[in-house]
Design a protein around this ligand. Structure first.
Ligand code: MG
Length: 160
């Protein structure tokens, strides 16, 4: 019997004036950007947590503490590669990801294929295994009022 594991990841970052917006490993031209210790890539952090969670290997904050000055401004693509390698090292392979970005603006659709390919390339899987959806905040709450951006991801792993 093939072993399978599912994991969930969630992240939120504050938005502040001044772009670009780093999301899923790409820089999207926008009038606001995410604030955080690293590059504040909310989607990448949700994906990292989903992958690590599926293998019960902790979370992104444990792997890259925000108290460590060397993590300041760190490219989250490095975090994703570290998570990919960590789950591979204990015998897991990524089957697929299903992700949601919660943002009032900008529209995700024009960037969706580029982000899917970027995540898939970093994880060494086919882009059709990376699903990406966008939701607005319906102009209410911190998401809808563009004070924050959030992301969620579910990841499925199978034993190698
Ligand atoms: Mg984060």
């Amino acid at each position: 019997m093939v072993g399978m594991r599912v994991g969930i990841g969630h992240d939120t970052h504050r938005l502040a004036p001044g772009g670009p917006l780093r999301l899923g490993g790409i820089d999207i031209p926008h009038d606001k950007g995410s604030v955080g210790h690293s590059d504040a890539d909310v989607l990448m952090h949700a994906v990292v947590d989903a992958i690590l969670g599926a293998a019960a290997l902790g979370d992104v904050g444990q792997m890259f503490p925000d108290t460590d000055p060397t993590n300041r401004g760190r490219d989250s693509a490095e975090m994703l590669c570290a998570a990919r390698d960590a789950v591979a090292a204990v015998g897991w392979r990524i089957v697929n990801l299903d992700c949601i970005v919660f943002a009032q603006r900008p529209k995700l659709l024009p960037h969706r294929q580029v982000i899917r390919k970027r995540l898939a390339d970093l994880l060494d899987i086919d882009p059709d295994r990376v699903s990406l959806k966008g939701k607005t905040g319906e102009h209410v709450g911190p998401i809808g009022q563009e004070k924050a951006i959030a992301a969620e991801c579910v990841a499925l792993l199978e034993s190698k």
